[in-house]
Design a protein around this ligand. Structure first.
Ligand code: FES
Length: 185
């Protein structure tokens, strides 16, 4: 099933909230990425077709914003902030620890396809570092024990094939309220 078919109601609802349908491009890209796992050619073509945009416009947006992935990524993308304020609270050591536990480097994905680690610029939670964002949810004040617990939780979810509907809810809420997508836990 295509993204357009599966989320027809959500797409219609998001577009209806904007005075010009082209303004719905970012939330629709999030929804397409949620469906396909990354901004695949198919995802870009579908969003472009829905909004009467050129696919190259979608491509340029996907390249500009770090929350859009142009290559396949793991089911859980761990975006760890290692910008200055977080670095002062041990973010670089946290990244090293996380990479070591998963046996991958930054911008790499585990062999089971579950986890990708990325480093990102400030996510506006500087006083709660080390922190990361995963599936639009902040995990803050992290240490090794908390990271172990999160890995266990994500692996359990993946094994149970639990569908996280909160991502779709956040995307549609974003379009409705024009608030930022990520929220503190
Ligand atoms: S520097 Fe990391 S959240 Fe601000």
């Amino acid at each position: 099933m295509t993204f357009t078919e599966k989320y027809a109601a959500e797409i219609e609802g998001i577009i209806a909230r904007f005075p010009h349908k082209k303004s719905a491009v970012l939330p629709l890209m999030h929804l397409a990425q949620h469906h396909y796992g990354y901004m695949s050619d198919e995802a870009m073509r579908e969003v472009a077709a829905i909004l009467d945009l050129d696919p190259t416009h979608i491509l340029s947006l996907a390249g500009f914003y770090t929350l859009y992935y142009e290559e396949p990524v793991g089911k859980y993308v761990l975006e760890i902030c290692n910008d200055l304020a977080c670095a002062l609270r041990g973010a670089d050591q946290f990244v090293e620890m996380a990479c070591g536990k998963l046996g991958i480097g930054v911008d790499e994905t585990t062999a089971d396809g579950l986890f990708t680690i990325k480093t990102v610029m400030c996510l506006a939670a500087c006083d709660r570092a080390p922190m990361l964002q995963c599936n639009l949810k902040f995990e803050e004040n992290l240490d090794e024990a908390k990271f172990d617990a999160l890995l266990a939780q994500w692996r359990e979810q993946a094994a149970a094939e639990t569908i996280d509907t909160s991502v779709v809810e956040k995307i549609t809420a974003y379009a409705k309220d024009s608030k930022q997508l990520a929220v503190s836990s």
